[in-house]
Ligand binder design. Structure first.
Ligand code: GLC
Length: 424
């Protein structure tokens, strides 16, 4: 299939955003609002760079993994250089690492992105992936050892899911006591419209979880056993399943024995049906402290396609939710009372999640749906630019502007009529 770039001018802008957000070996998600290196943002940035600067693409991943903890965890934020414009900063997390980092992780998309980057030039990438591969393996092992006790992946803080305040976590958040966190000043609401960001009550609870982690010296077993929040996340479960496949595929090429990784992927696939909630007829998050389902359905449920996990009802559920909005896939169910089309993860459409979903749809042979998602995402970016996310009902651009991962997704996927994966 031939690829046709929709707009060379937008391609130029997207490259300029990646270069402009480059702080030397890593990119910030956007200037101001997010002044550090974020885990899954960086993996997408690397994919974006691979369309015009392969060396820089690998460097992005290498910098991310240079902050890996001894236990294998790759942190969600790396505080390379102090920046007073962001809260909670390194002193709040108190992880005592060099470089300073947060104490939680984020969706493990790095293996999947690395494989896409490797496909652009397998010969040039061989040494780079050979060095990175054991590090990614150690991270996947961390998820397996610490977070897959129930069979699927559990998170210990909503921020770990990457879908920070989506309705999936409301039920778990309700059990967190945020009343003793003390005084603090948020910085996010100084950068963007507060009505798009989480409220104070939620922020107090987010901080309570951080304070618990810090108080126990970020002891992973203690956080999982007794921390304020523990929920199974369909999003990371599906992302990790797919990432294990990708890690195994790259490992085979490198001559490694990948049977252990294949086993992890098989176990996750075998356990995934337990996330199916017959009430909502979708893959759902579950609160492990109470055993209750969240009774929500959103974009994470359809990352099942990315993992090759399907049910007879999945496609019909997807169409129903999607057809209720006009632009891109909504992060949360438009029919739910909790739906807010402009507030962070409670309804808006995220180009980056659309791209992941489309990779899955394409792999499952659902080409028309993949193309619809690409077209709708492209329309948003063409009309409004490279915003962080969009209102899926009317396309209103929201959050930060000149956003790294939106630019990356344009270059790799949304900006071309053609295949849903691979470089330009
Ligand atoms: C927000 C998002 C998260 C992202 C970060 C940086 O916290 O919810 O997914 O990684 O911003 O863009």
């Amino acid at each position: 299939m031939t690829t046709h770039r929709i707009s060379p001018a937008l391609d130029d802008q997207a490259r300029a955003i990646l270069k402009g957000n480059d702080r030397g070996g890593y990119t910030v998600p956007t200037d101001g609002l997010y002044p550090y290196q974020w885990n899954w943002d960086s993996a997408f940035a690397a994919w974006g760079f691979s369309t015009f600067d392969l060396d820089r693409a690998w460097t992005e991943l290498e910098t991310l993994f240079s902050a890996q903890w001894d236990d294998g965890m790759v942190p969600h934020i790396i505080f390379h250089k102090p920046d007073p414009g962001y809260f909670p900063g390194p002193e709040v997390w108190g992880t005592n690492k060099t470089p300073a980092t947060s104490g939680i992780s984020q969706p493990p998309v790095a293996a999947t992105m690395a494989r896409l980057i490797l496909e652009v030039d397998p010969v040039a990438g061989r040494e780079r992936i050979a060095a990175l591969w054991p590090r990614i393996l150690a991270w996947h092992r961390w998820w397996r050892d610490y977070r897959c006790g129930s069979g699927v992946v559990a998170i210990t803080h909503p921020w770990e899911s990457g879908r920070d305040n989506c309705p999936d976590w409301d039920i778990g958040m309700a059990g967190v006591d945020g009343s003793n966190v003390g005084e603090y000043t948020r910085r996010d609401t100084g950068h963007v419209d507060p009505s798009m960001r989480p409220g104070k009550d939620e922020y107090d609870r987010y901080l309570a979880m951080v304070q618990f982690g810090r108080a126990c010296g970020w002891d992973q077993r203690e956080i999982v056993a007794n921390g304020p929040f523990l929920m199974e996340d369909p999003g990371i479960t599906f992302i990790l399943t797919r990432a294990n496949d990708d890690l195994a595929a790259m490992g085979r090429e490198l001559g490694h024995d990948v049977s252990e990784i294949e086993g992890w992927a098989a176990d996750l696939r075998a356990a995934a049906p337990k996330l199916w909630n017959p009430e909502t007829r979708g893959f759902d998050a579950r609160d492990l402290r109470t055993g209750r389902f969240a009774d929500r359905i959103g974009s994470a449920a359809f990352l099942a396609y990315l993992a090759g996990v399907e049910t007879p009802e999945l496609a019909a559920r997807m169409d129903g939710i999607w057809n209720a909005v006009r632009y891109g896939f909504p992060s949360a169910d438009p029919a739910a009372e909790s739906f807010e089309p402009r507030r962070y993860w409670r309804g808006p459409s995220w180009p980056v999640v659309n791209a992941l979903m489309a990779i899955g749809l394409k792999d499952r042979g659902l080409d028309d749906a993949a193309e619809r998602l690409r077209r709708e995402t492209a329309e948003l970016i063409e009309a409004h630019g490279f915003f962080e996310y969009f209102d899926p009902t009317d396309g209103t651009p929201c959050g930060g502007d000149a956003f790294t991962w939106t630019a990356a997704i344009w270059l790799t996927w949304a900006g071309a009529d053609g295949p849903a994966k691979g470089g330009a």
